[in-house]
Write a protein of this length. Sequence first.
Lengths: 1037, 317
Amino acid sequence: MIYSILRLAIERRILVLTLVFVITGFGLWNYKNLPIDAVPDITNVQVQINTESPGYSPLEVEQRITYSVETSLAGLPNLAYTRSLSRYGLSQVTAVFDEGTDIYFARNLIDERLASIKSSLPAGIEPEMGPISTGLGEIFMYTVQAIPNARKSDGTMYTETDLREIQDWIIKPQLSLVNGVIEVNSIGGFEKQYHVLPDPKKLLYYQVGIDELIQAVKNNNNNRGAGYIEENGQQLLVRSPGQIASMEDIAGVVVTKHENVPIKISDLAEISVGKELRTGAATRDGKETVLGTAMMLIGENSRTVARDVAAKLEEIQSTLPEGVIAEAVYDRTTLVEKAIATVARNLLEGAMLVIAVLFFLLGNFRAALITAAVIPLSMLMTISGMVHAGISANLMSLGALDFGLIVDGAVIIVENAVRRLSQEQQLKPSIPLKERLEIVFSATREVIKPSLFGIAIITIVYIPVFSLTGVEGKMFHPMAATVVMALLSAMVLSLTVVPAAVAVFLKGPIKESENAIIVKSKAFYKPLLAKAIKFKHIVFASTTGLITISLWLCSTLGSEFVPQLNEGDIALHAMRIPGTGLEQSIAMQEALESTIMAFPEVDKVFARIGTAEVATDPMPPNVADNFVILKPRNDWPDRSKTKAELIEEIERALEEIPGNNYEFTQPIQMRFNELISGVRSDLGIKVFGDDLDQLLKSANEILVAVNSVEGAADARVEQVTGLPTLSIEPKRTTLGRYGLNVIDLQNWVAAALGGEPAGTLYEGDRRFEIIVRFPEALRHDIDHLNFLPVPLPDGDYIPLGELATVKMVSTPAQISRENGKRRVVVTANVRGRDLGSFVHDVKEAINTQVNIPAGYWLDYGGTFKQLESASARLMILVPITLAAILFILVLAFSSIKDAAIIFSGVPLALTGGVLLLFLRDMPLSISAGVGFIALSGVAVLNGLVMVSFIRDLWQQTGDLYNSIIEGALVRLRPVLMTALVASLGFVPMALNTGTGAEVQRPLATVVIGGIISSTVLTLLVLPALYYWAHRKTSMHT
Amino acid sequence: MKRLLKTLAFTLVLMNFSLPGLAQHKQNNHPHEIHEHEDGHDGHHDTHDEQKTSTFSSDIAKKIGIKTAITGEQTIHKNILTYGNLTSGPEQLSHIRARYPGLIQAVFVSIGDQVEAGTKLAEIESNESLSTYKITSPIKGIVVQRHANTGEVTQEQVLFSVANFDTLWAELRIYSEQRDFVRTGQKVHFHINDQNIQGYISHVIPTLDQPYELARIEISNSDLGLSPGLLIEGNIAIADIHTKVAVEKQAIQTLNGEPGIFIKEGDSYHFSPVNIGESDHDYVEVIAGVESGVEYVTRNSYLIKADIEKSEAEHSH
């Protein structure tokens, strides 16, 4: 079949060549739809369900809300698991679905379930699903600030509340309309509220309860329509306006009357624009600010969306009041463009090098051009494939593309055709068309099989990559898929377009100059080869020695799981002790940010503290996500400073500031971590059960048991307690004596201290809550809380201290649940021993030392699980893959021996890779692993071509030794060429230091090192091995 | 057969090589990564945890706003907050009736008129004797009510009410929990209608059917213009305690459930648990735990607590 395709391609060559235009057109069209991003999206399919519950403590949130939401999700199709978090005022349930579940389908199902539980939730509490976004979603952030001394129209300075109002009502509505933006999240400043602050004495004097006050506001704040009346043919709408429109209107609301005198709110309370009890704040360069985050819809193109948002923000700027500036502080476009520039440069430089090598070694411009044409064509085909497979172009997916590898097949074909044509031309100067076509056909046929087999083998070796799951899978599947697509495209091209092009364009005199280098290398190679065959035992021994050494080297190399893309910016968590208040955190940010700003490399520092309006990342107020935006490297005083060094310096400076713990990361990485969550240490022991105290007790016992096992490190129990709480506990008997119910007291406490919404004040589109609560001075004075007078039903009053005990207690700061049950996690890492036996010992230690009460159970998790399953899969897949390759080789040669000889190229190739990694002081990583995989393919390809040629010669001549020498010499040029193009194609990648280069560098390094060693060894060891293996067999032809 | 075996052995060797290449780096990776991260903090908080000490330079202390003071003598003004009403004393309101029923001949005062004790208010012709007699004001004060006009017949009703609000009484409710602290003679601060008023408890009387006692304070109202019935808030200074050692209230932080203060020694701040006694709005008495004349942290003492306890601070998602 292959031959008939080949014949067809050569005979219908013009038609085949027009295919090129089709491919180009299709590819270019697809390119426009190719999503471009910096990194692959590793978020799982998840839906966050956030329920805001102002005033609820973690325990109540869990009991009233989280439990209901969680149970409602049980049994959803494709639901992998649920986890939840109950914090002060917020319940967040995260439903994680199986990979591949349609997110919209999942959300629909959840929506349906949520609708059915609405009645079982406390009044006014509504669960909402988080934005349809992923870890890559936070593409654009901006701050809203007033320039110093900017004043409002009334002459006062801008407050944080004003800025937040501008953000909420001018900027956000406009940005939300940008295509691809799913949510604009605000944090910082205060949402504007109108506060009615009653004086408790006046309330008592006029015998007005807080609830009456609230009711009065509610009852006097409405517009009513009353239909219409027709009069003399015209229709009159009837309307009775009564809405409160200003603070004066609030003040004028009559609450009651006292001896026939109407008592207005102004008689009872002060009215002011107040601050909400916020859950989050934002700072920039040490000062409070308002921070907006534009989130991208799942599957959108981050570069385009971020660019559009930036343009829109620019446009909005002109409509903002004078002195208020909305400034972009984080723009994903920058990163994406940098990353894409890196990839593009790598690919372009690689392609140039490949073309140069081809031209140089083939000595024929046309032939070089035909070969090089495979690069853009296969690239365009790959892009089409990526678009249809839903793979975005990013550092990872394009990271393993090596044009050298891609053109390998074409190189072999073109080289052989050129050689044959020029040989033929030496016999007769002009070859008739038919004959030329025949030569092209046979030349192609000679090598098509090995090169097709070679490509098939390289493709097969990528199979184990597809077996990776989880985060690694998400990172490397696109990479493997892209490479396989590119290789398959190249294969198709070498079967069709390349021979057709050779047939069409390689006419006239073929100038195939065996250039000086090739001639010289042949002269050098021949005696060397002869010696290698002669002293084959020495060669074998030293090769084995080399392999052994590199094996040992391999074990000394450091390791790194997934390479980290350098995003160019720094993110750091600043963590304070649980219970730290928001204002305290802001004060602490000041010292922190000014320290960071002191670094000349830093452009901007900004931070989110606590939880934003939409709780995409529910943090307590004691945690701040800091973003450190660095200046372009050109503006650094010391341009050679690495980012790692800078981080180290910053960390050292920050360690000086007391009260903070830090965790350095990067913006996108941080977001991924937040979303994927889960246990990030080697071993996580989850204790499930009901009673928090018992859970904690068991967890602590487990901690002791774990620590008793050798090799345990960093073992700790998840922090769940320690939220200082002011507990106002009703005295039931006293309450009863005064005719009060517990709820009466609770309502009073909630309204007096927390505040109660009493309606909405509309200012055009803008709407602001009216809140009734006690003045700040009273709320803050904890000492005097006991004395506050609580009204009694008979109009009298009694101090709070008589009705309730006010005390400070420590309550759970957060309650985590998983799959519908409370859990506490004990985590540990392992040092100095293997994970498997450690986990086994830990299990045994827990079984013997810890008594887990009935109704409580354990679950062992952590990275060890992933490692276990990954190793298990690889244990099966790698041998299968190797067997498959062997099978193909055996198929090609119908000889196990030959197949094994070719196979020997694999370890030989790996030695170079390991060596170069060692020399460049780089750790083993999955990237490097993928490099090794690619390398195995190349090595096999080299050997395949060489052996098949030798075999053919041997078959023709029957003389083994001479066939080997002759064959090896003939194959010297293509082997050198494929080796050179494959390694040179990766050189830019290996040397590049731009954004994102760190992902590709290990891969490129391995391939370059490996190809050098594999080439040297294929040229020398392989023939020797072949000779040794076949010295006793005779060719039966 | 032999050849086959050989080949098999060969492939096995190859597999063994390829396998660790893929799997090995996975094994080492995580401990390594976390190891690095943890080490950074470990060394730091170990010292803290054991010694409950935090150390940083004076520059940093200045930057983050640490303020210190010296422990020493202090008078602690203990007070309690109570609520009650303004009332007029029984001797300050006089309801004047006619002694003998009769016809009102003349009325001399109207509402709002200032009267002295003995000022003539009205003349009444007795129904029985038909002689005219006068009614005078028994107290000095203001006429606040008048139910008498010339020509009317007096019944049993009150003709005039004369009130004197020059002195008012604040009656503060003292509930059982506060009872032990309240004595006569204690000073009371009021804040009524934006005016600061002081008074002393004249007496503490039980109420007849209520669960509280009343502390009565006389308030001179001649220039204040307060009216009875007003709900008031009184701050009773229950004791002025002179303490040998006292610290500012904001200096007290709780570490592992123990209250204490941070003592500054050079650049290090050391937690010292204290036994605290009486306290007021600003100061806390130290019964034991720290001597007089020690430099301790007042403002932003929370930062030092945070620094010592920060190993607990983690970011859980």
